[in-house]
Design a protein around this ligand. Structure first.
Ligand SMILES: [Zn+2]
Length: 91
């Protein structure tokens, strides 16, 4: 019988999208930024940077506050979808 590695040795799957996000510092604080591939963009979003809607099928970035606002139940609910270029232009 072939020896198989114990499943306990396998790396755990990330529990949240935040696992692959990077932190980005802007003038108004720290934000988590995650790239969204064109395949993953399945809805229409409105970019807060230029106020234009885009998608589905458009690669972009998802941004949320690194520290959630007081009163919001979870940082994930504060997520905003930005054009990658608009986000990089933001200070
Ligand atoms: Zn934009």
């Amino acid at each position: 019988m072939a020896k198989r590695p114990s499943k306990h040795l396998r790396a755990p799957r990330p529990l949240s999208v935040g696992a692959f996000a990077r932190a980005d510092r802007k003038d108004d604080g720290e934000w988590m930024v995650q790239a969204m591939s064109a395949d993953a963009a399945t809805k229409t979003y409105r970019c807060p940077g230029c106020n234009r809607s885009f998608g589905p099928g458009v690669a972009h970035v998802v941004v949320w506050p690194r520290i959630p606002d007081i009163g919001s139940s979870s940082a994930v609910e504060d997520r905003r979808h930005w054009h990658s270029a608009c986000w990089s232009r933001r200070k």
